[in-house]
Design a binder for this molecule. Structure first.
Ligand code: FDA
Length: 452
């Protein structure tokens, strides 16, 4: 068993952990990053499957994500726009594929009116929410006591409007059934991206990608740390006290003054804390859970939908794949579509055989793009639910009532232990931008502490 001593031990080599480690290094502190997997990046993972480069995890960058954009620039990476020329497709309650432009789904005049009106109301509510302190809003407790679904149903009885309004923070973001999280959680999701309208606008929230893949961000951050990143080192035990921390992984022990837990909060209970974490953390961490979405990649010999004047952007609250986009790689002559299957639909699909699942998903994509969508040359499903060191996608959120009850305590350090993850961010919540912000914040707290 190797034993080393550092100023700070960081558990997890995702965007949050690696950002923190680099910031600490810059401030003159020594670090060790212990990573359970055999690779860095966590939920950022760019891989080649059957000859196609795929973004198995996170990929898009939006214009408000300053922390991520700064990091991308600083690392010298290039970005490019998601392909968006042409018509989008919406499959409504009638099961027909309707072409449209803009960000309002063509759901019928009265339904569109209701969507716009409630959308404006939501924007006004979101404007009053500080994403770093949603619990501080005067109506936080009230808004955290009602589910997103129940609140929407109290606004209108137009089912198509409800499904469309629910979409932006539900299947598209928190990836849990809309009765399983609160209105407040939904408003936080929107506030973290600046407004509810931003989430509805695919050209905003899914604006750009990184040439060569977003995993280069953690790969390059790790490269700067050289030999201080240790792979295949799941931390099993964390002893802590006034004298600092001792992290015991499978092959090594690190003694340090501080620790940063830079992993999804749902995984904290995989670590034995000595002494046990305080009562508040024991309770709080049980009220956070991962969403679940399958990211589906289908690569074709060419982007055939563009020939029909389609942008590749497609939505339907009635389809298995509730949203899909042109995800063609930079400079690639082949065409790639990416689709998403969320929460209960994803559960149901994983009860089927792989072949049946593929057939159902491609059938759904064909409703947007026509029968050619059924014959990709490469097909792959990102299944983060079966990843031991993540356990879901995209990220974690509180159950009903949890955000107002515990949100304010989520980032509070416990003695020498600090917490950093996209799943506890305000701005950039559930996104790489938020992971970077949280990594910076934990590092700043430790540097301030070290300077007394
Ligand atoms: P992350 O989970 O990445 O890192 C934690 C690390 O800790 C992991 O490497 C893990 O292995 C490690 N670990 C866990 N337990 C450990 C232990 N006991 N010991 C040691 N190591 C341990 N975001 C975005 O901005 N744009 C997008 O388009 C998308 N899309 C998207 C798609 C999919 C399919 C997913 C899964 C996610 C996204 N996201 C996204 C979200 C984004 O990827 C995510 O928010 C961040 O990458 C999370 O970074 P963190 O560092 O916070 O956690």
């Amino acid at each position: 068993m190797t034993e080393i001593t550092r100023d700070v031990v960081i558990v997890g080599a995702g965007a949050a952990g690696l950002t923190a480690a680099n910031q600490l290094r810059k401030a003159g502190l020594s670090v060790a990053v212990l990573e359970a997997r055999d690779r860095v990046g966590g939920r950022l993972w760019t891989d080649t499957i059957d000859g196609a480069m795929l973004e198995i995890g996170g990929q898009w960058v939006s214009p408000d994500q300053d922390a991520l954009i700064e990091t991308i620039d600083e690392l010298g990476l290039e970005t490019y726009e998601r392909y968006r020329d042409g018509d989008s497709v919406y499959v409504g309650a009638d099961g027909v594929a309707h072409r449209f432009t803009g960000d309002l789904f063509p759901a019928g005049a009265e339904t569109e009116r209701i969507i716009s009106e409630i959308g404006e109301r939501l924007d006004a509510m979101v404007a009053g929410i500080d994403p770093d302190r949603p619990w501080a809003h005067p109506q936080a407790a009230e808004w955290d006591a009602i589910s997103w679904d129940a609140w929407l149903r109290a606004q209108t009885d137009d089912d198509e409007a409800i499904r469309n309004l629910a979409f932006a923070t539900g299947p598209a973001m928190l990836t849990k059934p809309t009765h399983a999280f609160s209105l407040l959680q939904s408003l936080l999701m929107a506030a973290s991206a600046g407004s509810y309208s931003h989430l509805v606008d695919a050209d905003f929230i899914l604006d750009k990608r990184v040439v060569g893949g977003l995993q280069q961000v953690p790969l390059l951050l790790a490269e700067r740390l050289g030999g201080d990143v240790f792979l295949n080192q799941p931390v099993r035990t964390l002893e802590y006290g006034d004298g600092g921390v001792t992290a015991v992984a499978d092959g090594m022990t690190v003694r340090a003054r501080h620790a940063i837990l830079a992993l999804a909060p749902v995984l904290y209970n995989r670590i034995s804390f000595v002494p046990p974490l305080p009562r508040l953390q024991h309770q709080m961490h049980q009220h956070i859970s991962m969403g679940f979405v399958i990211k589906v990649h289908a690569v074709y010999d060419r982007p055939f939908w563009r020939e029909q004047g389609l942008s590749g952007t497609a939505f339907s609250p009635y389809e298995l794949s509730h949203e899909a986009y042109d995800n063609t790689n930079f400079g690639d002559e082949r065409g790639t579509l990416v689709g998403f299957v969320s929460d209960r639909n994803a559960d149901d699909l994983f009860r089927l055989s792989a072949e049946e699942r593929k057939q159902r998903i491609l059938e759904s994509l064909s409703h947007y793009y026509g029968p050619e969508a059924k014959n990709p040359v490469v097909y792959y499903e990102s299944d983060w639910g079966s990843e031991e060191w993540t356990r879901g996608a995209y990220a974690a959120s509180f159950d009903l009532g949890g955000l107002s009850r515990y949100g304010a305590d989520l980032r509070t350090p416990v003695g020498p232990i600090h917490f950093a993850c996209s799943d506890m961010a305000g701005a950039g919540y559930q996104h790489v931008d938020g992971a970077i912000r949280m990594g910076r914040l934990a590092a700043e707290q430790i540097v301030a502490d070290a300077r007394g």
